[in-house]
Design a protein around this ligand. Structure first.
Ligand code: SAH
Ligand code: SF4
Ligand code: F3S
Length: 527
């Protein structure tokens, strides 16, 4: 640093950080200078993603912190300003959005749903399939006009897409009006990053490719007061050959049981009715902790907490052990709903996917679950058109579906993800064939769902009422213990309560009914 730069730097340091307002005015004044002046003293963050690094799994022990705080200089930075976060992808992202909302709120920002009045818009993105990414790029494109109208608007891209090198390069090249890109491991850095974006005329990019430690005390602004997400672990070490998640979310890191239990107790005390334990592969919970303790043990403790409903997602069949089945079979507040992604019914395809189980072992697991938890509703995820999938292999998936009789499924066409092994396999299956297979599978999926719903006709079920129905404001909507969506007539005062509903009509994906007073002999919902 030469003398002149030092002088400029010392002038900047004279700003009293405690006086946020004058700091803000000062920033504004400085920002209106040329970027040259500005960059002399300000080091814009630039740390792009690196997928090779993201793939490495080091043995370093995870550290737990509860020392997060918003530095004084960033407090009040958002006073009088508004933020909007658009969330794509899975529940993990939804929950991350709650954390980011919490941080922004503590910085003084206020939430808005109107993009025209937002001062900061964050896109919390998903990288799981190409069409998920296309949606986000479409949205980034739309925001250009808004930025032109309001140059002070901060546009940020975060979430799983920002962990990909190709995505960051594309934004740097084609969407230079984006102000900020940060990764899934950088969320706790949000105050600093927003500040940098406000100060810098260059795009601020900070994507750590290696996961950080676990910070327990990040603020959260939860969506709603009825259901809550609770992370029990982060990351994934499974490296299924088609999947981007291990690269975007880092290695498996479990939270400590006592921290999870305390969070759930706290939610129960606040009146929440349901918690969903979250992880990319919740059945691997505890493996990285230095104790003989798994998801079954955790659930066995959680079931004693006075909260009506406990669910978990997502399960990996490989790690679904007998202890967990035994605990789930105890019922109570542990909901009889298990989402168990199978991906394919062909052992050969499963081998190339590196799923580490076979058709036979999956079916054996299902048999055990059904035997010990007879009222469990099973749903799944399936990928069709994995590279070189033969007609016979696809048929094996369909036959497995019949054999298990899943009550629902998310079905996808294989989407090659940059940097994953499956994306490099030469593929002999045409897009047309893949689409036909998806269509054929979906017919089966619909039929099983419709049949599962029909069994509810005339039955009385317990519904946790979440709000009004999406399609009809006069009706209420909520879920049964086995995860079925029910639209029904009832008083608005029932929102947030668990009520008895008599099913009057069944559809392919939903149930219709009416609220009833009578209490029924439990269990209400054994079908
Ligand atoms: N951790 C979860 C999956 C999260 S991703 C699990 O292992 O079950 C949700 C679903 O997206 C996966 O189950 C899979 O069916 C699908 N998926 C993941 N990568 C995909 C890809 N490259 N193409 C198509 N579908 C994919
Ligand atoms: Fe992806 Fe497999 Fe991990 Fe699920 S278990 S997140 S499909 S790598
Ligand atoms: Fe998508 Fe990332 Fe979730 S890729 S599915 S948002 S973990």
């Amino acid at each position: 640093m030469n003398e002149k730069q030092r002088k400029e730097q010392s002038q900047i340091n004279q700003v009293d950080p405690a006086d946020v307002k004058s700091e803000q005015e000062n920033l504004q004044r400085l920002k209106s200078k040329t970027s040259d002046d500005f960059l002399k003293y300000f080091e814009a963050t630039y740390e792009p993603p690196n997928m090779k690094k993201a793939k490495k799994r080091l043995r370093k022990e995870v550290e737990y912190h509860d020392d997060f705080e918003i530095e004084e200089q960033f407090q009040g930075l958002g006073n009088g300003k508004k933020f909007l976060i658009r969330t794509y992808g899975c529940q993990m992202n939804e929950h991350d959005t709650e954390v980011m909302s919490g941080i922004l709120t503590e910085m003084g920002y206020e939430a808005t749903t109107d993009q025209n009045e937002a001062d900061i818009i964050l896109l919390n993105t998903c990288a799981i399939r190409e069409n998920a990414e296309n949606k986000v790029f479409g949205e980034i494109g739309h925001l250009k006009a808004l930025k032109r109208e309001n140059p002070d608007l901060i546009i940020g891209v975060c979430g799983c897409m920002s962990q990909e090198e190709s995505v960051v390069n594309r934004i740097l090249k084609k969407h230079q009006y984006v102000d900020l890109i940060f990764g899934t491991h950088n969320i706790h850095r949000l105050p600093q990053l927003v500040y940098n974006a406000l100060m810098s005329k260059e795009m601020v990019v900070e994507v750590w490719s290696k996961e950080g430690d676990i910070i327990e005390n990040l603020p959260k602004r939860r969506e709603g007061r009825i259901k809550a997400w609770v992370n029990i672990m982060y990351g994934c070490d499974k490296f299924c050959t088609y999947c981007i998640v291990p690269y975007t979310r880092g290695k498996e890191r479990s939270r400590r049981p006592e921290d999870i239990i305390q969070e759930i107790r706290h939610l129960a005390a606040q009146g929440y009715k349901e918690v969903t334990l979250l992880g990319q592969n919740v059945n691997a919970y505890g493996k990285d902790l230095d104790m003989d303790y798994g998801l079954g043990d955790l659930m066995d403790e959680i079931r004693k907490i006075d909260i009506p409903r406990v669910k978990f997602t997502t399960s990996h069949p490989r790690d679904f052990d007998d202890r967990l089945i035994e605990v789930l079979a105890k019922g109570g507040n542990l909901m009889p709903y298990i989402h168990l992604p199978v991906q394919s019914g062909s052992s050969e395809v499963l081998r190339v996917m590196a799923r580490r189980y076979t058709r036979e072992s999956y079916l054996e697991l299902v048999r055990k679950i059904k035997e010990q938890i007879p009222n469990a509703a099973l749903t799944t995820d399936i990928i069709v058109g994995f590279p070189n999938e033969t007609e016979e292999q696809f048929e094996e998936t369909v036959s497995l579906y019949h054999e298990v009789g899943f009550e629902g499924a998310y079905t996808f066409i294989f989407s090659p993800r940059d940097g994953t092994p499956a994306a490099r396999i030469e593929d002999n299956v045409s897009e047309d064939v893949k689409k036909q297979r998806l269509h054929r599978l979906n017919e089966v999926v619909n039929e099983y769902s419709r049949k599962a719903m029909e069994k509810y006709k005339g039955k009385i079920v317990k519904v946790l009422v979440e709000g009004t129905s999406k399609s009809n404001d006069d009706k209420l909507a909520g879920y049964t213990e086995r995860g079925k969506l029910v639209n029904f007539e009832g008083p608005k005062s029932a929102i947030g309560e668990i009520v008895n509903v008599k099913i009057t009509e069944t559809k392919t994906w939903t149930l219709d009914g009416e609220m009833v007073e009578e209490t029924v002999a439990e269990p209400v919902e054994v079908i």
